[in-house]
Design a protein around this ligand. Structure first.
Ligand code: 6R9
Length: 676
């Protein structure tokens, strides 16, 4: 990696004296000297008064066919249109524009899980060729055009970003479903988005096992068809080196191996479609308070500007960096910070197929060493696991991280310190980035070349993001008092989602209604965004996130809706009622505990508990598996019949159940406690 010259004017001690609190970790001088953003005035330039105009600076990192007429259209508040009138293409910005300078540079390193398989290094030139050919196929063979939706259910592979970039080249909206989700989950998303084409892959490796993935597409299409959504074509990519498809059953006239059809399109080129900046780029489904996952709709220009700028200033990506984000592309982190942000900056982005500790606890550090990774991005759940199984492994490998990220859930200061000292070898700057599927990019984080790190705290609002903590009455909770409240964002920003696909009412109700100052207002100042997290703001403006206030359980950084989990349990015939609660877990943060009561005439048995587990896996996926299924005589309920999940959570976590006097059936609590 080429390094900029060391800074000479400021000493390490001068930098350190800048931060008074003991728990602050200043970045090293070496890091600051090469950082993309060291200009503190960025916070002034992006002050609340300068919203929305300040975001022009971010949009200027992109190539536009036509500049916008209006930076922010609020006429349909709180559904905003950023960079209205602008024309842009995301595929062009992530691929074509790099050919002049970086044609032969690696865009994607695909690392198969099996170490005996070769790493696939895709250059920008090759990416361009493959994106064009696949776009030609999508256009001609599938008849896709701008505004259509296509569901992807693909594992981690180079073909996944190729597919995304080919679709957005045509203006087609992609909706990638996490590969680990079941066919049934995929079906719900196909139906909601109205996709007529499903793109999948034959197989992939996970934990050393070859998993048949195509089978889920068959389930998905069958279920979607039952729900009235016709899927006309299923495109099946063949996994890297393509030797697994021989046994893949294909439905004649519906299923096609991409590798076969693609031959007709070799050498074909497709001009990127000049898309309106506010046209949707993709949908990303996430869990909410009701059973149905919601399709967060992200726009093209605003989203791309925001993820590009934050990749540059927070991830500190330079074109010469090798950047590895271990998230799955099926989550928002993968979209923003494996695919769109890094590729828009012409970085080399690493895509790893498998699990971090396969075949041993040194795997991550070997990958980092072999590929020369210098920016590393992962989640607390992975850090906890790696610390547990191989606390001394990083020291055995010769890699050199300048920068690391943690994302997805709060990180314990102890775990943070291991990450800093052992993984980062005391040299890498760490950013703890707090944000959401809905927000497109980071909300709170330190700018690593400007602000010191503070273990356990995400940091202040990003430039142009103005967080505020509100109490239940809507009054501001002052910072520095250690009081928690609902963290909201006072202003719109380009990365935020535009709406929930097909459900504007739910969008307004869930995210804006609570603190809206005037429902008829077209002024964004009247529409603070409710994140659904509880947080504390310290004197220095750093934010510590405590967790969700709504009915969402965050398992290993994956959001699972309690209603989704409970609905899955209710698929089991014997179950009358289900209630799910989070239980603390050393590695995953939390795990779900599932409480069920049975319909009259059924006896509790291990078999029923097994059926519930199976239903969770089938309906949602293996990440939804419960720590324990409790078959209880009845649920603790309020007099109005509401299940008191708080009490169940206390029993599961072995904490005090508190006052049970207001319950309609306090005796049931004693009975459940005995089962613990
Ligand atoms: C990016 C992502 C969002 C929820 C969010 C919060 C939790 C994310 C965090 C964090 C503490 C962090 N969360 N990052 N909590 N510190 N750095 O994870 O999106 O899957 O939508 O989850 O995750 O509770 O509200 P998503």
């Amino acid at each position: 990696m080429a390094e900029k010259p060391e800074m000479t004017e400021v000493s390490e001690a001068q930098i350190a004296s800048h931060w008074k609190e003991e728990d602050y970790y200043p970045p090293t001088l070496k890091f600051v000297a090469q950082a993309n953003m060291t200009d503190e005035t960025i916070y002034d330039r992006f002050s609340l008064e300068n919203v929305p105009d300040c975001f022009k600076e971010y949009a200027d990192l992109l190539d536009w066919y036509k500049y916008w007429d209006e930076i922010l259209d609020t006429s349909d508040a709180p559904c905003y249109k950023w960079f209205k009138g602008g024309l842009i293409n995301a595929s062009y910005n992530c691929v074509d524009r790099h050919l002049a300078k970086n044609r032969n540079k690696t865009a994607i390193h695909f690392v198969p899980e099996l170490e005996e398989e070769r790493v696939d290094h895709v250059t920008y030139q090759e990416l361009w060729v493959r994106v064009n050919e696949f776009a030609a196929l999508l256009q001609d063979f599938c008849g896709l055009k701008a505004g259509d939706r296509v569901t992807l259910h693909m594992p981690m592979s180079a073909e996944l970003p190729i597919t995304m970039l080919a679709l957005c080249r045509l203006g087609v909206i992609h909706s990638q479903v996490f590969g680990g989700f079941s066919g049934k989950s995929c079906a719900d998303r196909i139906v909601d988005s109205g996709s007529e084409v499903l793109i999948t892959m034959d197989a992939y490796y996970r934990g050393g096992k070859l998993l048949d993935h195509k089978i889920k597409a068959d389930e998905a299409v069958e279920e979607a068809t039952k729900q009235g959504q016709k899927v006309k074509k299923v495109l099946v990519w063949q996994r890297y080196n393509g030797k697994y498809s021989a046994e893949t059953p294909m439905v004649e006239g519906r299923d096609f191996f991409v590798n076969d059809v693609l031959k007709k399109y070799y050498g074909k080129r497709v001009e990127p479609v000049k898309m309106p900046a506010e046209a949707p780029l993709f949908l990303m489904y996430t869990s909410g308070t009701t059973g149905k996952p919601k399709g967060c709709q992200h726009g093209t220009g605003g989203y791309l500007a925001y993820v590009t700028a934050t990749s540059k200033y927070v991830q500190d990506i330079h074109p010469e960096d090798v950047y590895w984000c271990m998230a799955d592309i099926g989550w928002i982190t993968g979209h923003s910070y494996i695919v769109y942000g890094p590729l828009a900056l012409a970085a080399s982005t690493v895509i790893y197929e498998g699990i971090p500790n396969y075949p041993d606890a040194g795997r991550c550090w070997r990958i980092a060493q072999d590929l020369g990774v210098n920016i590393f991005h992962t989640a607390p759940t992975a850090i906890r696991a790696l610390r547990k199984i191989g606390p001394d492994e990083p020291a055995k490998y010769n890699y050199d991280f300048k920068h690391m990220t943690t994302v997805g859930e709060p990180i314990e200061p102890e775990v943070w310190k291991w990450y800093y000292h052992v993984v980062g070898k005391g040299k890498a700057a760490i950013v703890d980035t707090w944000w959401q599927t809905e927000t497109g990019g980071f909300l709170c984080s330190t700018l690593p070349g400007i602000k010191a790190m503070k273990p356990g705290s995400a940091g202040p609002g990003m430039p142009g993001i103005h967080p505020i903590i509100l109490d239940d009455e809507g009054k501001e909770v002052p910072s520095g008092e250690g009081k928690a409240g609902n963290i909201c964002i006072q202003n719109p920003w380009p990365g935020m989602f535009q709406t929930i696909w097909g459900d504007r009412d739910r969008f307004v109700r869930q995210y804006f209604e609570r603190y809206c100052k005037n429902p008829n207002s077209k002024d964004w100042r009247d529409w603070p965004y409710l994140t659904g997290d509880a947080a504390i703001m310290a004197d220095d403006g750093y934010v510590r996130i405590l967790g969700r206030i709504d009915d969402v359980i965050n398992v290993s950084g994956h959001r699972l809706g309690t209603k989704e989990l409970e609905s899955a349990a209710l698929v089991v015939e014997e179950i009358a009622e289900a209630a799910v609660v989070p239980v603390k877990h050393e590695i995953k943060g939390v795990e779900p505990d599932m409480y069920v009561s049975l319909k009259p005439g059924y006896e509790a048995s291990d078999e029923i508990a097994k059926k519930v587990q199976k239903a969770l896996i089938n309906e949602i996926g293996p990440i939804a598996k419960a720590r324990k299924v409790w078959i209880v005589p009845d649920m603790p309920k309020t007099r109005s019949g509401k299940i008191m999940r708080r009490i169940l959570a206390a029993i599961s976590n072995g904490t005090d159940v508190g006052d049970t006097m207001t319950l309609a059936n306090p005796e049931v609590v004693e009975a459940i406690k005995k089962m613990a």
